[in-house]
Write a protein of this length. Structure first.
Length: 298
């Protein structure tokens, strides 16, 4: 069943993350250290917008600006020939397209070993592991999720509850579970129906004293409510995210956090052993490395 939901960024950035404790395990290498060894003959594959403009030749886009024509930057792709690329678009001196690319990686650039393929025709609809599961982790109450006080099952009450939660020192994030909304099963759900505060489960996480937090939130919010435990506060996770991205520098193309799992996601072009090094430094499962280029055959 398809579940609709969203991360709550209401009065605070209730966006996601998980961090380590106060003590860090000793490590033999920094995450930004180069890999001990690399196979120059290893082929990698991935899906990218490839773009060329007056400032640079063909590059694999790390992030694409929503403009027309688009703008982006990223590693160079060597051996590229637009005449061999399908579905090419050119406008105002910019040439681009979305492709499945395969080649070897030298740490800074991809050298094609195969002609590019149409990315839209070959890429998976949903990349594995990238979509949060907004399902509430609490057991539904007897009779199922329901409004307990219609007078406070309003958008204003929901906002007030989120504001109160975010003020707590052990706040770990919040999100909305839309799975109980009948409109969520529709192919094109009505926006008004999907924003109905009586047809959602408000999820809030803290690192301790869940009974107190639930009682305080219940006094504010009359809709369905799930209060669950987290290992790390939102602030701890944000600090870890900033630390990791600062250490990685240009090695990381981006990053973010997932409040539903309490984890950090770090985006890189190639995982050259980074996942193993981050697991050693911060603990296994806290940080997930998402590599845009994956080894062929893996």
């Amino acid at each position: 069943m398809r579940h609709f939901g969203w991360i709550v960024a209401a009065p605070v950035a209730a966006l996601l993350l998980a961090a380590c404790g106060e003590e860090e395990a000793p490590v033999s290498a920094s995450p930004s250290d180069p890999p001990a060894s690399a196979d120059p003959g290893q082929a990698y594959t991935g899906f990218f917008t490839v773009l060329e403009n007056a400032e640079h030749g063909p590059q694999l886009c790390s992030v694409v600006a929503e403009s027309f024509p688009p703008q982006c930057g990223g590693p160079d792709v060597l051996g590229w020939n637009w005449d061999e690329a399908p579905n090419v678009t050119s406008e105002s001196g910019v040439t681009w397209g979305y492709y499945a690319v395969t080649g070897t990686w030298d740490g800074t650039a991809l050298t094609l070993t195969e002609p590019p393929l149409d990315g839209a025709a070959t890429s998976p609809v949903v990349p594995d592991g990238t979509v949060p599961d907004f399902t509430s982790p609490c057991e539904p109450p007897a009779g199922g999720w329901a409004v307990v006080d219609a007078a406070t099952a309003t958008q204003a009450a929901q906002d007030a509850a989120l504001a109160h939660a975010a003020e707590q020192p052990d706040y770990a994030g919040a999100w909305i579970d839309q799975s109980i909304n009948p409109a969520s099963g529709q192919e094109t759900p009505d926006e008004g129906a999907m924003n109905d505060p009586t047809q959602l489960v408000l999820n809030v996480r803290f690192t301790g004293d869940l009974e107190r937090h639930e009682a305080e939130l219940r006094a504010i919010w009359g809709g369905a409510l799930c209060v669950s435990a987290a290992e790390h506060t939102e602030q701890e996770l944000l600090e870890i995210q900033e630390e990791v991205l600062a250490e990685l520098g240009d090695q990381a193309s981006g990053g973010g956090t997932d409040v539903t799992t309490g984890t950090i996601v770090v985006d890189v072009i190639v995982d050259d052993g980074l996942q193993e090094r981050l697991d050693e430094q911060y603990g296994e499962g806290l940080i997930r490395v998402s590599a845009a280029l994956r080894p062929v055959g893996s």
